[in-house]
Design a protein around this ligand. Structure first.
Ligand code: VGL
Ligand code: ZN
Length: 198
């Protein structure tokens, strides 16, 4: 059984959003076109409390892009984004949510970020994604979404480490590219660790 994981297709990651991924809106039609091919479609949602430690605003004197240590982990600071219950955190209106069967939220602990849809960055708390997939008999996952070089990459690598066969839909993903080439390097890394690149 093959599941489609749609990573962070939320208003804050597309045009006009707080952490807009260039051309991020282009992947929505890819998601809508592909979802019917999968018996299980899971969307992840970045879902931060307002006091989240990944927000530059919560560290006086710091700017987005700065790197700090947050409770023992390296943390890139981001603009305030995907705050729980705000429109920025909502799934994009163009997404056919009738075709989405489950939503998995992440990044709810203010002390630790969670790029992956499976675990926080410290790998201490599971989101429930693995249990959900295993309960449905899922063996293969196909992953796409935003952003290719952060949440998509870490979701794909955790899916591999959790024992799933993993494919990446590149045309359904876009990078933030904080540094030029980050997206391509992310694809290389995923390929090297066993992700099939579609
Ligand atoms: C993401 C940075 C911060 C992502 C989420 O969805 O890739 N990136 N939070
Ligand atoms: Zn986030």
């Amino acid at each position: 059984m093959n599941a489609l994981i749609l990573v962070d297709l939320q208003n804050d990651f597309v045009l006009g959003g707080a952490l807009a991924v260039p051309q991020g809106d282009e992947v929505i039609e890819v998601a809508n076109a592909r979802m019917a091919d999968f018996p299980l479609v899971v969307a992840t949602q970045d879902w931060h409390p307002a006091d989240h430690g990944s927000f530059a605003e919560n560290h006086p004197g710091r700017q987005p892009g700065d790197v700090i240590h947050l409770h023992g982990l390296k943390q890139i600071l981001w603009p305030v984004h995907c705050v729980q219950e705000t429109s920025g955190a909502a799934l994009v209106p163009g997404l056919n949510t009738d075709g989405v069967h489950e939503v998995v939220r992440k990044g709810t602990d203010p002390r630790v970020d969670s790029y992956s849809g499976f675990f926080d960055n410290g790998r201490k708390q599971a989101t429930g994604m693995t249990d959900l997939l295993r309960a449905r008999g899922v063996k293969h996952v196909t992953i796409m979404g935003l952003a290719l070089d952060y949440c998509v990459k870490f979701t794909a690598l955790d899916a591999i480490s959790e024992g799933f066969k993993v494919a990446l839909l590149t045309d359904g993903s876009r990078p933030v590219d904080l540094k030029p080439g980050d997206g391509e390097r992310a694809v290389d890394e995923m390929f090297a660790l066993g992700v099939e690149i579609l």
